[in-house]
Design a protein around this ligand. Structure first.
Ligand code: UDP
Ligand code: UDP
Length: 461
């Protein structure tokens, strides 16, 4: 591919919000745009929620020519009266309230910007500011197309009281109310207010960019792009799969031991378990999962997280206390438990890994698809049930819906987990391998190039 000549190269600003689930697709998009000759200004609202986020951004800047960092200092925000205690939702709010300060940053950027790509959690606050510059503005939607269809139709649905079964216009399957993010069931929740405001303005953006692809969500993408979900939506540009960054010099390291351990395991034998960067199982469920892994007899690599944001952690709970006496000794050799950050991209690429028990954060789903690793979906919160539905429908994996979420069921017992894991690891891998083939084809199909062509067309004169 020949990058566009420098004079004609689009100059794109990327504005992310908070949390790895949001930051990750922005980092990948920035690297992908830069490698195709675009100038990229990567705007980071500061202070960030975790030092880890800042490390990931500096790694990107160090490893990608053509990416310039730009700090966006936020106004002080007193969150004591906000209708949420979630550190990530509070950061979204702090950024939204500082949006007016963004205007001068965007209009004084040099070279002059051709477009802004803004995180969906900020769009209703940012769109008027960018329009005043003026700057064409695209939304990056950081989850599945199925979740996007909920986002754009929700303002209308939520205008009346919420029914037990949600009908999203244009989609064949209904959505049970209990499968949508829990905060959305409370109209007063801060996240709901933001979600509704953002959903309402989506038709006014110049485009919606999303890390999915035709083969994974064909019907939903078609419904979105033919006005069946909401009339008047701008083009929904499926640019997926965004590829994991090539190197993570500072942020991904520190767990070479897991890769070395995987080297010693037979091909396809290991089940990898992770619930993402912000989901912690309860101590009781953690113990049951340990018991399930033990009784399954499977080889496993388990990333354990006990707090939503690790930096809040006062003291590491002793491993033995967490899992029950002697667990680590009994599984020695066939199981490995890691507490901390791992390079998930490298783990999923390792030939020893044959299955992935995942919370179904959207980045994790796309990474599993890219590698053809079958998924046992165990959604915990937020958009994860909606994404688990996509996993099941696409053939990438299975979803034991009866395991419930968010306290629907007090505990899933170790014995049941063990039985399910054994069956899962023994199941045929052909359907997931087919998803991989389609995903690799989608990566070569030029979704990103069509997005870049739009920037060139919509350039302000
Ligand atoms: N991730 C990782 N190592 C970890 C935990 C997470 O590399 O120990 C990455 C994972 O590969 C994914 C992202 O962090 O790219 C998490 O995003 P996802 O949407 O899967 O879930 P979230 O963390 O937002 O719940
Ligand atoms: N984390 C991450 N990337 C990393 C390391 C950690 O996203 O490379 C996540 C981690 O799971 C945790 C949060 O970011 O939820 C805070 O991590 P850390 O403790 O490193 O941040 P700090 O305490 O330095 O702000």
């Amino acid at each position: 591919m020949t990058p566009p000549a420098a004079a004609a190269a689009p100059q794109v600003a990327l504005l992310t919000s908070a949390g790895m689930g949001h930051l990750t697709p922005f980092l990948r998009l920035a690297a992908a745009l830069a490698s195709r000759g675009c100038g990229v200004t990567f705007i980071t609202p500061t202070p960030v929620v975790s030092a880890a986020e800042a490390r990931h951004v500096s790694d990107l800047v160090a490893s990608s020519d053509g990416v310039r960092p730009l700090e966006f200092p936020l106004l002080p925000f007193d969150s004591s009266s906000a209708a949420s205690t979630d550190p990530f939702f509070l950061q979204f709010e702090a950024i939204r309230r500082s949006a007016a300060l963004l205007g001068p940053l965007l209009s004084s950027a040099a070279p002059r910007l051709s477009a802004l790509i803004c995180d969906v959690s900020l769009i209703s606050a940012v769109l008027p500011v960018a329009a005043a510059v003026p700057l064409p503005t695209y939304v990056l939607f950081t989850s599945s197309a199925k979740m996007l269809s909920l986002c754009v139709s929700f303002p209308q649905i939520a205008a009346a009281s919420l029914p037990a079964i949600l009908k999203i216009p244009g989609l064949a399957e209904d959505l049970p109310l209990r499968s949508i993010p829990r905060p959305l069931r409370d109209p007063g929740n801060l996240f709901t207010t933001q979600f509704v405001e953002n959903g309402k303005v989506m038709p006014h953006a110049d485009g919606i960019v999303i890390n999915t692809w035709e083969a994974l969500e064909p019907a939903t993408l078609a419904a979105l792009n033919t006005g069946k979900v909401v009339p008047g939506l701008p083009p929904v540009v499926a640019i997926g799969p965004l590829l994991p960054e090539h190197s993570q010099p500072n942020s991904g390291g520190g767990d070479e031991d897991s890769l070395a351990w995987l080297d010693g395991q037979p091909t396809g034998s290991v089940v990898y378990l992770s619930f993402g960067s912000r989901t912690a199982l309860s101590p009781e469920q953690t113990r049951e999962l340990a018991a399930g892994l033990e009784s399954s007899g499977c080889q496993f690599l388990w990333v354990v997280k006990t707090k939503k944001l690790d930096k809040e952690e006062q003291e590491e709970q002793a491993m033995e206390e967490l899992f029950g006496d002697g667990f680590l000794r009994r599984v020695e050799g066939r199981g490995r438990v890691v507490k901390g950050w791992v390079d998930q991209g490298a783990i999923l690429t390792h030939p020893a890994v044959g299955g992935f028990v995942s919370h179904c954060g959207w980045n994790s789903v796309t990474e599993a698809a890219l590698r053809g690793i079958r998924v046992l979906a165990w959604p915990q919160l937020g958009d994860q049930r909606i994404n688990a539905g996509v996993v099941e429908k696409s053939g990438l994996g299975e979803w034991p819906m009866e395991w419930g979420w968010e306290g629907e069921r007090v505990l899933v017992q170790g014995e049941e987990i063990g039985r399910r894991l054994r069956r899962f690891m023994a199941s045929p891998a052909a359907a997931a391998a087919k998803v991989k083939d389609e995903t690799v084809r989608a990566a070569a199909a030029g979704g990103l190039e069509s997005l870049i062509a739009r920037f060139t067309k919509s350039r302000p004169t």
